[in-house]
Design a protein around this ligand. Sequence first.
Ligand SMILES: [Fe+2]
Length: 184
Amino acid sequence: MATSKSPFDINILVEHLRDAASQADARAQIKSILSETVTDPSWVAASIPVYEDDDVVLFEDDTVSIWHCRFKVGQNVPAHDHQMVATIAVYQGAEQNSMWVHNKQGSIEKKTEISVEPGNVLQFGPTAIHSVGCQSDVDSCAIHVYLGKLTTVERSLFDTQNNEVMPFDDENYDRLVSIQAQID
Ligand SMILES: [Fe+2]
């Protein structure tokens, strides 16, 4: 007789991710846990709370930041870095991740575009630069895990049109979003 699977529990996932973050092979363990979690995206979607805010910090300490991130249809987030390993696991909609690199001319250029769809996990290193957009006709929803304290780390935003680097703060973020909206 087949055993039925317990409903997805976000609190249990957060516990597992916290444990993994303290291990020597945290990066691999986080990826493995998230991959297993979103293998059945509908299992996650059926039981995860409907969060009021688009960005929700589920847990944060010095070792790990665990976020639920929802990007609205048509939303775009300007290019930025994290200064720590980031892992993204999508269970609804699709996140378009554009990966940027520094070139020899001293500016940044788009290297690849990766569509992260339900069931997919994308992991990248501390110096990676990405911009993100909702690529689907429904809001995209994902668990994002960062190996460090994301809310206090000093990191950068990139104006890819004007080739400018600036501190990641609310003022710069809002300005870049409005520049992007004018282009779109
Ligand atoms: Fe990001």
